[in-house]
Design a protein around this ligand. Sequence first.
Ligand code: IPM
Ligand code: MG
Length: 372
Amino acid sequence: MSRYKIAWMPGDGVGNDVMEAARIVLDALKLDAEYIHGDIGWEFWKTEGNPLPDRTIEMMKKTDCALFGAITSKPKDEAAKELAPALRDKGLVYFSPIVRLRQEFDLYVNMRPCKAFSGNPLNYRDDIDLIIFRENTEGMYAGVEFHPVDTELKQVMAAHNPKMKRFMNVPDNEIAISTRIITKKGADRIIRAAFEYAKTAGKKSVTLVEKPNVLRETGGMMTRSARAVAAEYPGIELWETNIDAMCMWLVKNPQNYGVLVAENLFGDIISDLSAQLVGGLGFASSASTGDNYAVFEPTHGSAPKYAGQYKVNSMAMLLSVKLMLDYLKETDMASRLESAISEVIREEKVRTYDMGGSNTSLEVAKAVTEKL
Ligand code: IPM
Ligand code: MG
């Protein structure tokens, strides 16, 4: 029996390429694990009408955590056209399997480190070392959306909020509503996760990224929660910023920030911005964790045009493996892996195309194993 059971879910496109790279490193580290393949992605949408089959969820429940590659996501009308003919007109609606997974397993913390490794020619500055705590289960991603919006719904909304009255005469089909749901529990737990991290990592501040001056209710909920939680951590300052200004500050002075916390959509946005400051999506790793399960994945998409070419930078995946090792409390392996990655970057020899080189995703992994 292996010590760990890990759900192995390459998904679509370059997901396969980078997962192969991950395996090279895991095997070199001799992690005592059994890897169990899980079906997920576009193929299963087309053939089964479900990009995240139930059997995959059941399999995951028997594992310690999952490593995940990448997923192809398309807007619902485009997705519907690609369904197998027998599945069409059955009312199947495409959903993002990764978003569903985060909700299904209540993986409320999405942790996204953005650290400038020295020697990376793509760094915007060399002194950036920040980490984003993105809420991962609610906000706009709760998926509570409406279209068309019928009179009954409009009236209920108007009865609760007179600002809705302005939209009463808009034809049902010409109005769409997406809701941003923030619960106190959701706000408290992501903010607490950020403060706990700051405490452990010895960081002196946590920056809340919100927009309470406009999104008064949901932004207000986040702000109240942040102030209450912050009061429990006397050595750590709470900085409150607006999402728009934060985008500017992140470009102007990214080195001033350490721990950022945000609800789901704002966290999504600032994490791509921050990733680009330290080399782009080829370096952006992430851990989605809850109280009982975790999924590790690079932030990048499936890049279908590069699928199977082993062209994309596998660093984001290898850094996600590092986060997985941390989660499994294989601290020694995790730190050896991170040092090996940073040494390969510093040496400036083995580089994928995004860094100006011509090495493959797998060559990067092999170079990393040589430094272990
Ligand atoms: C991410 C991605 C996903 C998200 C997409 C693929 C649904 O952009 O992990 O940041 O929006 O969360
Ligand atoms: Mg994103």
